[in-house]
Design a protein around this ligand. Structure first.
Ligand SMILES: *Cc1c(COP(=O)(O)O)cnc(C)c1O
Length: 215
């Protein structure tokens, strides 16, 4: 099945880069996929899934997660402040921390709950007006602010502009993470995960290459 194919591509890309394949987590992006495509991936033993909408994640995983112990959900899409509470309740990680107001809300929730998902700061590496994420020249200050708020920021995330060479954006993100002392790099999707692994990705978010095209 496609899961096996993607896993072996991940292993080859990591080995080719002189990296341990175990350093790369595959986040299987199940957003907008019918359950009959998600079940085989669960049955094959995969447990790490990405969803971009909190409500869809709640609906799907509220019934699926109890049947498959160990499921780990990653929220990868833009997160509205009023969905933050629901997100922290279901998520192992949030890859889309992209603005001060959300950071403050998550900090408040973390204090209240005594726990917080792992967080990735999303950087708009292409400075695209329609895309979420902090701008590259604001990233260092934003990460520092998150640390002041005691938020468990573990890495950075980006989605390169569709028409550009993704490698330049992956390099930018890696350098930014290094100078901020962050180990996590959430980068690479179906079309470019191998390039992302060559440049240090620790989490690749792969949807259609595993599950097929979304409607
Ligand atoms: C949908 C999505 C993905 C997966 O995209 P594919 O091209 O299907 O692999 C990865 N990251 C984010 C943020 C997404 O919204």
């Amino acid at each position: 099945m496609s899961l096996d194919r993607i896993r072996s591509s991940i292993d080859s890309a990591a080995s080719a880069a002189g990296r341990d394949p175990g350093e790369v987590t595959l986040v299987a992006v199940s957003k907008m996929q019918p359950e009959d495509r998600v079940l085989p991936v669960l049955e094959a033993g995969h447990r790490v899934f990405g969803e971009n909408r909190v409500q869809e994640a709640q609906t799907r995983w509220g019934s699926l997660a109890p049947r498959f112990p160990g499921v780990e959900l990653h929220v990868i899409g833009p997160l509205q402040t009023n969905k933050a509470r629901a997100a922290v309740e279901i998520a192992h990680a949030i890859h889309s921390l992209d603005r001060p107001r959300l950071a403050e809300t998550l900090a408040r929730l973390a204090q209240e709950r005594g726990a917080c998902p792992e967080l990735y700061v999303q950087v708009n590496t292409g400075a695209e007006s329609q895309k979420a994420g902090v701008l590259p020249d604001e990233a260092d200050r934003f990460v520092a602010r998150c640390h002041e708020l005691d938020l468990p920021v573990v890495g950075l995330m980006c989605i390169p502009p569709a028409e550009e060479e993704p490698g330049l954006h992956f390099d930018m993100l890696r350098e930014m993470a290094a100078r901020n002392g962050l180990a996590g790099l959430s980068m690479g999707m179906s079309g470019d995960f191998e390039a992302a692994i060559a440049r240090g990705a620790t989490h690749v978010r792969v949807g259609s290459a595993i599950f097929g095209a979304r409607d």
